[in-house]
Design a protein around this ligand. Structure first.
Ligand code: SF4
Ligand code: SF4
Length: 439
């Protein structure tokens, strides 16, 4: 059996960083010795989810409830950076920045990747950690490696579609919704591919499994066996926490005895995590001891307006007709360019976008074309363009709705939302999953 401690030590400079400035032994979730000494913070920048777990219910403004999926505030990436800077001043022992919701980090990839980039730039020594359902991790693995994200948790609740289909209401993948065993098959395939790619990238992978009596408690050890084959590092079994208003509200929590049995079972294959605390999506402080003063900082920071580069006068918009933000960047042959004037917003011109066919250099050229724009409002955008254009210092706002609303957010410093089209597959505040998978 692989020993997580030696694995951690072996990875103390896992990504080839000379001198190993990121000391992953200070990760309190992965190293018991670090638990009482080092703090972690979850940045709640990922409000949406791309699957619907039957055990999840994501809530806001519930400061007394300590479970994943719950947060008091949702931050923009810039607010998250400001929050981390203030926290680090207050708690120099903060060693880990994690993103774990309140939805899924990769259902909100722009916010997640932008946040990681900002944090990495400001804090080269910080451990970066993510917790995801795994559905949409694969396209971002190379970038996670480049950003020296060292730890990723994937929630895997089974290795058979029959089991998984009883745990999820739906899965949304590549803009389509799936149900039943088809949903389970798509989720499982993507989870497996993500885990393989993360391991190839040298990232420490933890599996979280939610133990739901009568549904997957008999397959938890099988998960451990399969994950050992895939060289996963550690496994965390989390008892179902039945939440009112979810399909599993009347289920029994698995007994401590049953959880112990399962931990003993998985021990044969993987090191079990034994000091896990159920964490909120905005958890902060030492494990199991959330810091009240930090919560106050979170609340203050959430009221900060978003930073954009105000030396750039314009905003670029992907729109079919110049009234609504309603076009995917990949489809846009031109962008509308707006600026703010004393009499309101004025359309200055339309600029052609580079033609498709040149791979990612198309997006580098586009970043040059709109170099004088502080933001780009789009109805949709892929991971490569969002990364390339975002790195050029242009704020990306993925939304649908009136252009004026997006311009108000950018120019007037109102809360910058990345609103996506509401549909049956959007897991917003109505999500009735329970959240135990995301933390
Ligand atoms: S637990 Fe909730 S937030 Fe997490 S993946 Fe499931 S539905 Fe999404
Ligand atoms: S609770 Fe999960 S996401 Fe958060 S820091 Fe620990 S391992 Fe990372």
């Amino acid at each position: 059996m692989k020993d997580i401690k030696s694995n951690t030590e072996q990875n103390s400079s896992p990504l080839g960083r000379p001198g190993g400035a990121i000391d992953i032994k200070t990760h309190p979730c992965f190293n018991k010795d670090a638990k009482g000494k080092y703090a972690r913070v979850h940045l709640p920048v990922a409000p949406q989810c791309n699957i619907h777990c039957h055990y999840c219910k994501r809530d806001y403004d519930c400061v007394n409830e300590s479970r994943p999926g719950v947060t008091s505030e949702v931050l923009s990436p810039e607010q998250a950076l400001a929050y981390t800077i203030r926290l680090k001043e207050k708690m120099p022992h903060l060693s880990v920045v994690g993103i774990a919701g309140p939805g899924d980090p990769f259902a909100n990839p722009i916010q997640t990747m932008t946040t990681l980039r900002l944090i990495r730039k400001e804090f080269p020594e910080m451990i970066l950690c993510l917790s995801s359902n795994g559905l949409n991790v694969l396209p971002y693995v190379d970038e996670l490696k480049e950003l020296e994200v060292s730890h990723v948790t994937i929630t895997l609740n089974g290795t058979e579609t029959k089991t998984l289909s009883q745990l999820y209401k739906w899965v949304r993948f590549e803009k389509r919704g799936y149900f039943g065993e088809q949903a389970a098959e798509i989720l499982l395939r993507n989870q497996m591919e993500a885990i393989r790619a993360l391991k190839r990238a040298g990232i420490t992978v933890k599996i979280n499994s939610i133990v739901v009596p009568g549904i997957n408690d008999n397959v938890i050890v099988d998960i451990a066996k399969k994950m050992k084959e895939m060289e996963v590092d550690i496994m965390n079994t989390i008892p179902l926490y039945p939440v009112e208003g979810t399909p599993f509200e009347d289920f029994e929590e698995p007994s401590p005895k049953r959880m112990k049995e399962l931990q003993n079972g998985i021990k044969e294959y993987l090191p079990p995590m034994t000091h896990c605390a159920r964490c909120r999506a905005d958890a902060v402080g030492l494990l199991g001891q959330d810091d009240a003063e930090a919560k106050q900082i979170l609340s203050e920071v959430s009221n900060l307006s978003v930073n954009v580069d105000k030396t750039k006068p314009y905003v670029a918009v992907a729109s079919h007709e110049g009234l609504l933000v309603n076009q995917h960047l990949g489809e846009a042959t031109q962008l509308y360019i707006f600026r703010e004037t004393p009499n309101g917003y004025r359309l200055v011109e339309q600029r052609a976008t580079p033609k498709p066919g040149a791979g990612n250099s198309r997006w580098a050229v586009l970043a040059d074309v709109i170099d004088d724009c502080r933001a780009l409002l789009v109805g949709g955008i892929g991971p490569s363009p969002s990364s390339i254009i975002g790195r050029a210092g242009i704020k990306i706002v993925e939304m649908t709705g009136l252009i004026d609303e997006g311009l108000d957010a950018v120019y007037k410093g109102k809360e910058l939302r990345t609103l996506k089209k509401a549909d049956v597959f959007k897991c917003g505040s109505e999500c009735s999953g329970k959240g135990t998978g995301c933390g």
